[in-house]
Design a protein around this ligand. Structure first.
Ligand code: UD1
Ligand code: UDP
Length: 354
């Protein structure tokens, strides 16, 4: 098989790390396209190095911009590559602007679209990712979904064929690289952290990160927590966080974004994770670390149902209340698979008529 794989943002580097390996180990020809949506060393290069992601065949270098300009440049760049490479399939991951641009370019070139992490819904159309997911899913030929909930979401929108429940490729990545991180990462020592005696926080969604008022309210609530809080700051909100942090007490430690190995150790050994990231919520569940989600809803509903993830919404006071006393649940299920998703995806693709 010949496939074009589209990556561009941090969560897609994580997903591609296991899919590219599985495809190449099985002898298939993968053309890797990096759109360049994320470009800082610690948002991009570190993932290629630590996770052994192959060097991209094409770098589009689209960089930052408004949704329309970023998506449009990506669309034009991908279309050119599809004309040259004429692959059997295009693979797109998740819900970023690279995802929707890849799907749209391929649909009009009549190339079969493979959406990995399909079927997720927040039912909040104010999130750019929700628009990207809905459009990508409607265009996709093969929809690899993690759970039955995702199948039900698709069915409700009239999408009923080409759907395969294969678990989540992020489980494959987490299992593989947590083992490596235990040996190679020194982040806890470097930050002088004791296991279970710190919290981890990531905030980057526009609804939290793009308003002084909202971000300051979150930081103030977090600063009421007794333990140190490690906050690897996404470049989107770096300037704003630096400006606002002086108005809070001193327990929040701002650091640069970290690589995946350090992130695994911080997530695994944090007592609680405070986040608005989709991937980090899921990883918190997989590491059995309680999570407080600073959003009004989540796509990862199983984590909430089992009691490991609490949706904070606008009740920000719950951050300090629950951080100091989170009732650790007994229920935990392998909702997202057992780490064999990438192998299953490759097997299904091999059995698919082009
Ligand atoms: C994007 C995805 C989001 C995902 C997130 C993962 C979309 C619509 N959003 O959001 O779904 O959760 O990535 O991290 O695709 N910037 C830098 N350096 C970088 C990257 C970004 O400085 O390497 C800054 C720029 O000022 C840029 C801003 O961050 O304008 C936002 O970046 P962008 O990629 O547009 O959106 P994210 O918030 O990262
Ligand atoms: N991540 C990382 N370092 C960081 C923050 C996040 O390695 O400083 C990883 C995280 O473990 C997860 C992925 O990046 O695998 C999630 O990306 P992000 O939160 O940026 O996006 P989302 O999942 O919300 O789309």
């Amino acid at each position: 098989m010949k496939l074009v794989t589209i990556i561009g943002a941090r969560p897609q580097f994580v997903k591609a790390s296991v899919i590219s390996k599985a495809l190449r180990d099985a002898g298939h020809t993968e053309i890797l396209v990096n759109t360049g949506q994320h470009y800082d060393d610690n948002m991009a290069r570190i993932f290629f190095e630590e996770m052994g992601i192959p060097k991209p065949d094409y770098d589009l270098g689209v960089g930052s911009g408004t949704h329309a300009s970023q998506t449009a440049s990506t669309l034009v760049g991908i279309e050119k590559i599809l004309f040259i490479e004429k692959p059997d399939f295009i693979i797109v991951f998740g819900d970023t602007n690279a995802t929707v641009a890849g799907a749209l370019a391929a649909a009009k070139c009549h190339i079969k679209i493979v959406h990995i992490e399909a079927g997720l819904r927040s039912y909040n159309r104010k999130m750019p990712e929700e628009i990207n997911r809905v459009v990508t899913d409607v265009l996709s030929d093969l929809l690899f979904v993690p759970t039955q909930v995702a199948v039900d979401n698709l069915n409700r929108e009239g999408i009923t064929s080409g759907i395969y429940i294969v678990g989540d490729v992020m489980v494959d990545a987490l299992i593989t690289y947590t083992k490596i991180a235990e040996k190679k990462s020194h982040v806890l020592k470097e930050l002088s952290l004791e296991k279970e005696k710190f919290l981890l926080m990531t905030i980057h969604r526009p609804s939290n990160a793009d308003s002084d008022e909202r971000l300051l309210s979150i930081l103030k609530e977090v600063s009421r927590i007794d333990l140190p809080v490690i906050f690897p700051v996404h470049p989107r909100s770096r300037t704003r966080v630096e400006k606002l942090i002086s108005q809070t007490d001193g327990n929040i430690r701002i650091i640069d974004p970290v690589g995946y190995l350090d992130m695994m150790m911080l997530e695994k050994y944090a007592s609680i994770i405070i986040t608005d990231s989709g991937g980090v919520q899921k990883e918190a569940y997989l590491h059995k670390t309680p999570c407080l989600t600073v959003r009004g809803e989540t796509e990862w509903v199983e984590t909430v149902r089992d009691g490991w993830n609490y949706i904070v919404g606008d009740q920000l006071e719950q951050i300090s209340i629950l951080s100091n006393n989170f009732p650790k649940p007994k229920e935990w299920h392998p909702h997202y698979g057992d780490g064999t998703s990438s192998a299953r995806i490759v097997e299904i693709l091999e059995g698919t008529q082009v």
